[in-house]
Design a protein around this ligand. Structure first.
Ligand code: NAG
Ligand code: NAG
Ligand code: NAG
Ligand code: NAG
Ligand code: NAG
Ligand code: NAG
Length: 191
């Protein structure tokens, strides 16, 4: 009995191996798949809430200006400045509260007559089931509006095929150092 089982499983294994070889050799550029084949079941709506820390000065800065335009210094809105960041995302508003991820990306001062940023951010999470998953945000951020909404353009890990939006609210701003804490509410559909 055990012997036949062993035989059968080796036959199945060999068949599987050769079908892989065949697939590899057929050079198929495209094919239609069922959602089930990628284990895509029910779409879920998740709400994530955390705080984003934009530390722009001091020894622990996580956001640095890397470029500017010829008019940046004389522009009332700092037009043309580009900042690269690797900012902490924490559960509570205090930088010392639990780290849930990081925001890595770029923002650029992209409005001539108002304070508005172009945001290009990857949120990489390290918390719970979201550990290792990322969301990509690309949007317009008029920083003095009470609530700024930006689209989620996609994600990886548990956020594959995701779509949705984020809402950003300034929670704390220090005029002297430029340190800003931004509260994020994320609404994301994913499988
Ligand atoms: C995928 O499905 C579409 C719509 O049914 C069909 O037109 C197309 O030919 C299919 N593509 C392949 C590669 O089978
Ligand atoms: C920078 O970070 C270190 C290590 O976390 C901390 O001890 C120090 O107080 C921080 N400095 C400032 C200015 O926040
Ligand atoms: C803008 O100001 C900074 C420092 O204040 C200076 O280093 C830089 O050269 C200036 N840039 C231009 C284009 O004037
Ligand atoms: C953040 O936490 C630190 C250490 O627990 C504390 O010293 C500091 O006052 C807190 N900051 C704010 C803004 O609550
Ligand atoms: C900015 O404001 C000035 C003065 O109000 C105006 O002349 C100019 O057209 C505006 N530029 C843009 C891009 O809105
Ligand atoms: C997240 O995943 C990394 C790599 O798999 C692992 O080292 C780490 O302990 C995980 N963190 C948490 C909070 O689960």
């Amino acid at each position: 009995m055990a012997k036949t089982l062993y035989k059968m499983s080796s036959i199945i294994f060999i068949m599987f191996f050769f079908s892989l070889l065949l697939l590899g050799n057929s050079h198929t550029f495209s094919r239609n798949l069922s959602k089930e084949s990628l284990d895509l079941k029910e779409e879920k709506l998740a709400h994530l809430h955390f705080y984003f820390h934009d530390v722009v000065t001091g020894p622990n800065a996580t956001a640095y200006r890397v470029a500017q335009a010829t008019i940046t210094n004389t522009s009332a809105t700092g037009f043309g400045a580009v900042v690269v960041l690797d900012n902490a995302l924490t559960e509570g508003p205090n930088l010392s509260s639990k780290l849930v991820g990081r925001a890595q990306g770029i923002y650029a001062l992209a409005a001539l007559n108002e304070s508005s940023l172009l945001m290009v951010l990857n949120f990489e999470f390290i918390e719970g089931v979201y550990n290792g998953s990322t969301l990509t945000i690309l949007g317009r951020n008029p920083v003095f509006s009470p609530v700024r909404e930006m689209p989620i353009v996609g994600g990886i890990g548990v956020f594959r095929f995701s779509r949705g939006y984020v809402q950003a609210k300034t929670f704390f701003f220090d005029m002297k150092t430029g340190y800003t804490v931004v509260e994020y509410n994320v609404y994301v559909l994913h499988y």
